[in-house]
Ligand binder design. Structure first.
Ligand code: NAP
Length: 170
């Protein structure tokens, strides 16, 4: 196929409604979406509680009705920012445009002459991974901030229990 492919990268700790609405927007612009799971090597920490595989499950299940073909590719960090775009390209299907609002990601792709678009994420006060992890730790409600499929995955893996346990001091 010769269609347009877009690349969207995030840590997705966890995947939430803000990511979902950005991806629904991108789905109207391209024929296929590549979703890169950044910092794939990190898990079991307060900032990065979930494994790459668990994040693959959240995204794959949440996007089942997207109506656009998508690929979910875990991407580990590398020590050298200057080599990161080549590293991403070595792991992902070929793409025309990168969608990101992260200044470093925008800069690195622009320097590599890749077309970059910065989709706005709405309701950033509540729709953020940091806020969702804070609510999980505080015992506040977070379920309405993520797609129902993500609630299901997090229940299956005892995601909140893990986060609370690793946040404890001994
Ligand atoms: P990040 O550093 O994980 O998060 C940056 C912030 O941007 C987060 O608060 C995130 O929100 C937010 N964000 C994500 N999409 C957004 C949007 N459309 N509008 C507004 N804010 C948005 O960065 P990331 O962009 O999610 O992921 C980039 C990944 O690339 C990371 O895993 C990073 O390590 C990797 N990377 C690696 C290298 C290297 O290995 N040398 C170089 C560059 C980038 P949420 O917390 O709500 O998601």
């Amino acid at each position: 196929m010769n269609g347009k492919r877009g690349f969207y990268i995030g840590r997705f700790q966890p995947y939430h409604n803000g990511h979902q609405s950005v991806l629904e927007h991108i789905a109207n612009k391209v024929d296929e979406i590549i979703i890169g799971i950044g910092s794939a090597q990190l898990s079991h920490s307060v900032e990065n509680p979930f494994t790459a595989g668990e994040r693959v499950m959240m995204i794959t299940r949440a996007l089942e009705s997207l109506g656009c073909r998508y690929y979910v590719i875990p991407i580990e960090d590398v020590q050298r920012n200057a080599l990161w775009v080549a590293h991403v390209r070595s792991m992902a299907p070929p793409f025309d445009t990168c969608y990101s609002s992260n200044p470093l990601v925008v800069r690195l792709f622009s320097e590599a002459r890749v077309n970059v678009q910065s989709p706005a994420m709405s309701e950033r006060d509540t729709l953020s991974g940091t806020e969702i992890r804070r609510r999980m730790l505080a015992g506040e409600s977070w379920e309405e901030l993520v797609p129902p499929a993500v609630v299901q995955v997090l229940n299956e893996i005892d995601g909140v229990g893990r986060l609370r346990q690793i946040a404890r001091t001994d």
